[in-house]
Design a protein around this ligand. Structure first.
Ligand code: HEC
Length: 248
């Protein structure tokens, strides 16, 4: 199962927990005539809050680990997601401190609770929600812009550079950005397939598209399936990486 799908499932659980938190809060503090036993509601609310925190930490670990290992640039979407996530954790600490320590602020707790719930929707929407939509609920590859980009690339056509300067730059870029998931000198799979002979073979290892420089450029901009996008790379960087792949 892809790491994105796992994270998406975890974040859907996080949403469910958020609903439970809201429901227990409204039932405990919102009704004038209570339907349920308040101490029980509060117990559930607290337990639920702990699970929320735990799940939050697990998902955050996956996200940060992925970011560090792939050195992914922060897109506007990821930036929003991160701001939402950081806000939630600050609010959560404030809320707990108002309940336990700074009790004079207890009046604010309901508002903070609601804010946490709303921002959680924003946080999950900008990650799991987005992923589910572009993959048609996990069933399709994430190359939502393929058609557009193919056109753009086919108009230009990539010419493979063979000078040592390009190859050297390409090798450096490859070591920084790709070698975490790909073995350049073998065909074994680390996270993605090995790249030995990648441009000498007839077809690319995963998608089985023709092994052309253009298709590799497309793979970087709008990857087939689970590879992260490198659409932030400049044309020069892409050319250099392809120059290096051409030597393998
Ligand atoms: C986080 C891991 C990861 C990183 C980093 C990564 N890739 Fe990939 N790559 C994959 C996976 C996974 C696949 C296989 C696609 C699939 O089946 O989901 C893949 C597939 C490929 C393919 C074959 C595509 C096809 O059509 O068969 C090429 C070429 C490729 N990667 C090049 C690169 C280059 C160049 C870089 C560095 C700029 C890079 N990758 C960085 C994970 C990664």
């Amino acid at each position: 199962m892809s790491i994105f799908l796992i994270k998406t499932i975890l974040s859907i659980v996080l949403l469910l927990i958020t609903f439970v938190a809201m429901f227990t809060m409204f039932e405990a503090l919102g009704r004038s005539e209570k339907r349920f036993n308040i101490t029980k509601l509060i117990k559930i609310h607290r337990f639920n809050g702990r699970i929320f925190f735990l799940l939050y930490l697990i998902i955050a670990y996956f996200c940060i680990d992925f970011m560090v290992k792939t050195k992914t640039e922060l897109s506007p979407r990821i930036t929003f997601h991160a701001v939402f996530a950081l806000t939630i954790i600050v609010l959560l600490f404030l809320k707990v401190s108002f309940v336990r320590i700074y009790k004079q602020f207890y009046g604010q707790v309901k508002t903070i609770g609601l804010l946490i719930a709303l921002i959680t929707f924003g946080m999950v929407g900008t990650s799991g929600g987005y992923y589910l939509i572009i993959t048609h609920f996990g069933t399709e590859k994430t190359s939502y812009k393929v058609a557009e980009l193919k056109e753009e690339i086919s108009q230009k056509g990539i010419i493979v550079q063979t000078d040592t300067e390009s190859i050297k730059k390409g090798k450096e870029l490859y070591e920084n950005k790709c070698s975490f998931c790909h073995n350049p000198y073998g065909t074994d799979t680390i996270v993605g397939p090995g790249h030995k002979d990648v441009l000498k073979n007839q077809t690319l290892p995963s998608s089985k598209k023709p092994a052309t420089p253009d298709n590799i450029a497309t793979q970087l901009k709008s990857p087939y399936k689970d590879m992260p996008s490198f659409s932030y790379l400049s044309e020069d960087d892409v050319q250099n990486i392809i120059a290096f792949l051409n030597t393998l």
